[in-house]
Every structure is written in structure tokens, then in C-alpha cells.
Design a protein around this ligand. Sequence first.
Ligand code: SF4
Length: 89
Amino acid sequence: MDDIRSISTNLNLPEDTFISQYLEKSEDEYLIAKKPCPFLKDNLCSIYGVRPEDCRSYPHLWKQGFQTRLIHVVENSHYPCMNFNVSSQ
Ligand code: SF4
């Protein structure tokens, strides 16, 4: 919920409006509902300073089971914002 609060504040949107416009509920978490990510503008993250924790920690090398998630890392590698994260960690 910290991510929702930070991003909705940054976008100057009420949290419930931000959720209904950009997110979908998956099990116990919210995910960005659309692909490509609506915050990717001109190959840059337009909310970089408040990007979600999952984006900040990508490719989640600290989590267990990296080998089983490797295909998703490759799938997401076309996102320039993710490539920046990979190269900066
Ligand atoms: S880092 Fe990429 S995937 Fe994450 S919010 Fe920004 S544009 Fe979207």
C-alpha cells in the first residue's frame, strides 16, 4: 500500500482512482493491469522516483528460486526500465 500511496500522490490522484485506473488485484497484491506498463514513456519510467518496490528490486536476486524465475527475467528484459535496473544492481 506504500507504493499505491506514493504513486497516487505523485500522479495527484486519489488512491481509489489510481487503483481503478491502473491496477488489478491478484491474490493478495495489486499489479499494474496493462502491458506495456502505462508509466513507460519514451523508454523511460515516468514515475521513476516513486516506482513500485518490485520495479526497484528487479530482478529480485535476493529472492529464492531465481533459476525458476529466469524465463520471466528474460521476458521482461525488453522493458528498457528493467534493463536499467539490471545493469545498475
Ligand atoms: S519501472 Fe518500468 S515497469 Fe516499473 S513502473 Fe516504471 S515503467 Fe512501469
